[in-house]
Design a protein around this ligand. Structure first.
Ligand SMILES: Cc1ncc(COP(=O)(O)O)c(C=O)c1O
Length: 405
């Protein structure tokens, strides 16, 4: 077929809404709005209306939309070289893995680069099976790890899994934060335990420090590996660079994973993921795993800019500060907002659990100029860019007070 010249119009579809409905393969619930631009923690629709963006690209836009440092890095790299597969060394990739390794947990100094979160999970599962020669994976109820077959097998929600069976064998789900269930599930057939330190999609549930420490101890005892899925919680989202760093803040023992999965906020919106390999995980034998786009210089340049921006603007500290402000403002609504069951979260990953389904309230928030996410049917999830200002935080609190009245 001859390709016609690029047509900048929407053909006979009329509007972006009609065009997407007609030409996309379904799968997404879409809100009836067309977002065309972003800056910092604000996005605009095609009618020019501004919204405070507590969706943040689903916890991706940590450094803010149109971040100048990221824009400059991508522009410069696009004009230099974008495609350089891992068949060759590359200067930008070399700088990126060096830089990322320096901020990973101690002794985690090897990295496999991917293009998304689900691919990072696939990589970690394969690395764990290869390292241990075992197939068992213990995951948590309400956990979410992605939608490709390995990751989907670790994801809990039957709604996502059930139509696609048979899934990958060897996966078991145990109650989150249930130490006894974890002890019961682990044996010498288990390759890995996989945990989100804060369950994001599953409702914003924080792992107890003791639960994470127990998981680490059981993995050590049974020769299994501990995988932390910090795809949503990484890069400052929770007020620490990595969410598992909150463990041990009270002076008690810290915890470190053997495999650390990252994505979302890693590259300022450019698709990218990464898996950190700790000392108990051998490197992949040559040729056994790979990705055409993984480690491409464009994503690596964006990733470098993100790490620079997080350091230069202290976005981790900012996430802690703005997260505390947002959470305490929302908690103050509890006495005269009986609709709110609980406010919970860490840093700028915040869940507001309601006593009713959240959908109509999300629409009210949108009308008030605030975009928010769900996390299950009863929880409103707020994951704004970490650059959100105090004034914007206060506007979000006021909008929640109004919408949830
Ligand atoms: C904790 C967690 N793991 C994995 C994924 C999958 O990442 P991706 O959508 O980039 O494949 C997500 C996405 O929401 C996530 O929140």
């Amino acid at each position: 077929m001859m390709l016609p010249e690029t047509d900048q119009t929407l053909g006979d579809a009329g509007s972006p809404t009609d065009a997407e409905v007609r030409h996309e393969a379904g799968a997404y619930y879409k809100r009836p709005m067309t977002i065309v631009r972003g800056q910092g923690a604000t996005v605009w629709d095609d009618a020019g209306r501004a919204y405070i963006d507590c969706v943040g690209g689903i916890a991706v836009a940590n450094v803010g939309h149109a971040n100048p440092r990221v824009v400059a890095a991508i522009s410069a790299q696009a004009g230099t070289i974008m495609s350089c597969p891992e068949l060759f060394h590359n200067d930008v990739r070399a700088r990126y893995v060096t830089r990322l390794a320096a901020v990973l947990p101690p002794a985690m100094d090897r990295i496999f680069l991917t293009n998304s979160g689900t691919e990072a999970i696939e990589t970690a599962i394969k690395a764990a099976r290869l390292a241990t020669g075992r197939s068992g994976i213990v995951a948590a109820m309400r956990g979410f790890h992605g939608r490709t077959f390995g990751a989907l097998s670790a994801t809990w929600d039957p709604h996502y899994r059930q139509p696609f069976g048979p899934l990958v064998p060897g996966f078991r789900h145990v109650r989150f934060n249930d130490v006894a269930a974890l002890e019961h599930a682990i044996d010498d057939t288990v390759a890995a335990i996989i945990i989100e330190p804060v369950q994001g999609e599953g409702g914003v549930h924080l792992a107890d420090p003791e639960y994470l420490r127990t998981a680490a101890r059981l993995c050590q005892q049974h020769g299994a590996l501990l995988i932390f899925d910090e795809i949503q919680t990484g890069f400052g989202r929770t007020g620490r660079l990595w969410a598992h760093e909150h463990v041990g803040q009270d002076g008690a023992a810290t915890v470190a994973p053997d495999l650390l999965c990252l994505a979302k906020g890693i590259a300022g919106g450019v698709p990218m993921g990464a898996v950190g390999f700790g000392p108990r995980v051998p490197s992949f034998p040559l040729g056994l795993h790979g990705s055409t786009f993984g480690g491409n210089p464009l994503a690596c340049a964006a990733g470098l800019a993100v790490l620079d921006e997080i350091a230069a603007e202290d976005l981790v500290g900012r996430s802690a500060e703005m997260g505390a402000r947002l959470r305490s403002g929302l908690e103050a609504l509890l006495p005269d907002h009986p609709l709110i069951r609980e406010v919970r979260g860490l840093g700028l990953l915040i869940g507001i659990e309601l006593r009713e389904r959240v959908q109509p309230y999300l629409e009210r928030l949108t009308d008030l100029g605030v975009l928010a996410l769900t996390a299950g049917s009863l929880v409103i999830r707020l994951v704004p860019p970490l650059v959100i200002t105090a004034e914007q935080v206060d506007t979000v609190i006021a909008a929640c007070a109004e919408a949830l009245r």
